[in-house]
Design a protein around this ligand. Structure first.
Ligand SMILES: C[S@@+](CC[C@H](N)C(=O)[O-])C[C@H]1O[C@@H](n2cnc3c(N)ncnc32)[C@H](O)[C@@H]1O
Length: 233
């Protein structure tokens, strides 16, 4: 069951991505020119997406993949191009609409099954692989672990997700973010320590048969995020 803190945060995230940040996010994830700072974020995110995709098996044709928190759909579209059966879900209806449009234009067909909703909804079905790129970074460590446990119930092989590693730079940005009035700021990114997250994951009953595998930190200018692979033992 999702916790109250998860649901509260999800509401803030939906408002943020569906309204406040919609245009900026659409631009960041396109080829349109952006500021130097945002360019570093775009490059970092491109590196992260390639890293996560490279952790999938070389041949993913026919594999069922969930893009959990798909945003504007770049990862889902690439996985579908490689032949996977992709379900892509996001809590923001406007982002899903944009993602579906972009994906169909790029692939010249509607190859991805886009849905509006919560990534933890069991009705999405069962998957070989689940990928949550930067879609859990706004949740507290306990809620991340709980979300991974719920996703694991319906995943056969691996879960690839990212979190915001606890670094001095991120801790500072976190503190600065807290100084803005609530209405004007993005939901805080929750920095998580790698070792604390591993301990929390190890304590989840539903993750006893899962083990942390590869990990990679991407730090490029204003983008820092850490990927972790969990595989079924
Ligand atoms: C930082 S964006 C990343 C989007 C995409 N994964 C990418 O890397 O381009 C985070 C996304 O996660 C979505 N999200 C957050 N919590 C979610 C939830 N519980 N269920 C579905 N989507 C969620 C947000 O709406 C947002 O689009």
């Amino acid at each position: 069951m999702p916790t109250v803190t998860y649901l509260d945060r999800r509401g803030e995230i939906e408002t943020y991505f569906d309204r406040t940040a919609m245009d900026a996010w659409a631009k960041l994830t396109s080829n349109a020119p952006v500021s130097r700072i945002r360019r570093t974020v775009r490059e970092g995110r491109d590196q992260m997406r390639s890293t996560l995709l490279s952790w999938l098996p070389a041949d993913i044709s026919g594999r069922r993949i969930l893009d959990a928190g798909c945003g504007t759909g770049a990862l889902a579209t690439e996985a579908a191009r490689r032949g996977a059966q992709v379900v892509a879900v996001d809590i923001s209806p406007k982002l899903v609409e944009l993602a579906a449009r972009r994906s169909a234009e790029e692939l010249k067909r509607e190859a991805v099954d886009f849905r509006v909703g919560d990534m933890l909804d069991p009705a999405l079905g069962r998957f070989d692989h689940v990928i949550a790129m930067d879609s859990l970074i706004h949740y507290k460590a306990g809620d991340i672990a709980n979300a991974i446990e719920l996703l694991a119930e319906r995943t056969r092989a691996s879960i690839l997700f990212t979190f915001a590693p606890k670094t001095p730079a991120l801790a500072l940005m976190h503190a600065v973010g807290r100084a803005f009035p609530r209405a004007n700021r993005a939901p805080a990114i929750e920095p998580v320590s790698d070792s604390a997250l591993r301990r929390t994951l190890a304590n989840e009953v539903g993750l006893k048969v899962w083990r942390p595998d590869r990990t990679a930190r991407i730090a490029n200018g204003f983008y820092t995020s850490q990927a972790m692979e969990l595989s079924r033992a």
